[in-house]
Ligand binder design. Structure first.
Ligand code: G3P
Ligand code: MG
Length: 257
C-alpha cells in the first residue's frame, strides 16, 4: 500500500510544487527563491541537496559554475568558502536547515537526494525537526534517481514518504519500484508523462507528478492526462492556471476518492 493515498484522479487541480523554489524568477535553490514561492502561494518546495564536509547544502549541481560565482567542485572548497559565494542576487547557498526554518508550517518539502551520503544527514535533520514538534514526517518527501537510496530510506525511516524519480522513457520499472518501496508517487520527466503511464500508476494507487512544466500548453496537457502534481519554476503561473481552469474530471467523472 502507498504511504499516502492519491488525492485526485484528474478531478482536482494538480498540486503545484515550486521546483528549486520560484527558480524562474529568483536564483534557484536560494532562500529568496523559496520565499518568493511562498509569497505566490506555493505549499510545496522541491530542492536538491549535496553533502559537503558533513553539512547539507541546497544546490543542484556538484560544481559551482552554473549557479554561483565560484568554480570547481563543491568538495574542493571549505564550507566557509562556499558560504561566502554569491548564488545570485547576493544570496548564499543555503543549508537545508535554513529552508526548513523558512518553510515551517507553510510548505511541504521534497528533498531530492543528490550525490553520495546525503540520506543519513537528511534523516537526521528530519528526525530533529519532527522531535522539535514543528514538523511531521509526512511533511517531507524524499526523492532520488538512485532508487536503491530510497530503498534504504524506507528501511531506516518508513514514516517519511518517498517517490522514485525517472527521466525520459519511464515505464514499468519505475512503477514496480514505487510499488515495492510503498512510495506515494512517481516523479517523472515531462517526456515520460503519457496516458498509459498515468493510468497504470493510478491503478496501483500511485500519484504522478511531472517535472518541469512551465508553459500553459504543457500544463493543460498534464491536466488532461490527469497528473497529480506539477513541478514548476514559475509557481505563480501554475497556481493561476489551476485557479482559472479547474481540472475536468476524467475517467467517468468519479470523485477520485
Ligand atoms: O525532483 C524533480 C526534478 O528536480 C528532478 O530533476 O535535475 O531538476 O533535479 P532535477
Ligand atoms: Mg531536483
Amino acid at each position: 500500500m502507498p504511504a499516502v493515498s492519491r488525492l485526485s484522479r484528474g478531478a482536482e487541480t494538480p498540486v503545484c510544487i515550486a521546483h528549486r523554489g520560484a527558480s524562474g524568477q529568483e536564483p534557484e535553490n536560494t532562500l529568496r527563491a523559496f520565499a518568493r514561492a511562498l509569497e505566490q502561494g506555493a505549499t510545496w518546495f522541491e530542492l536538491d541537496v549535496h553533502l559537503v564536509h558533513g553539512r547539507l547544502l541546497v544546490i543542484h549541481d556538484a560544481t559551482l559554475e552554473r549557479t554561483t560565482n565560484g568554480t570547481g567542485p563543491l568538495t574542493a572548497h571549505t564550507l566557509a568558502e562556499l558560504r561566502a559565494l554569491d548564488a545570485g542576487k547576493g544570496q548564499r547557498i543555503p543549508f537545508l536547515e535554513e529552508v526548513l526554518e523558512l518553510a515551517v508550517g507553510r510548505a511541504r518539502i521534497n528533498v531530492e537526494l543528490k550525490g553520495a551520503g546525503t540520506l543519513a544527514p537528511v534523516l537526521a535533520i528530519v528526525r530533529d525537526a519532527v522531535a522539535g514538534g514543528a514538523w511531521r514526517p509526512d511533511q517531507f518527501l524524499l526523492s532520488c534517481f538512485d532508487w536503491d537510496v530510497l530503498d534504504e530510506a524506507r528501511q531506516r525511516e518508513p514514516a517519511i514518504p518517498v517517490a522514485p524519480l525517472a527521466g525520459k522513457g519511464a515505464g514499468g520499472e519505475v512503477l514496480e519500484t514505487a510499488d515495492r518501496l510503498g512510495a506515494e508517487a512517481i516523479h517523472v520527466s515531462r517526456w515520460s508523462a503519457r496516458a498509459r503511464l498515468v493510468e497504470a500508476a493510478h491503478a496501483r494507487g500511485l500519484a504522478v507528478r511531472v517535472f518541469p512544466i512551465n508553459s500553459q500548453w504543457e500544463y493543460d496537457l498534464m491536466v488532461r492526462l490527469g497528473v497529480d502534481g506539477i513541478f514548476t519554476d514559475f509557481p505563480a503561473r501554475v497556481l493561476a492556471w489551476g485557479a482559472a481552469a479547474p481540472a475536468i474530471p476524467v475517467g467517468g467523472g468519479g470523485s477520485g476518492s
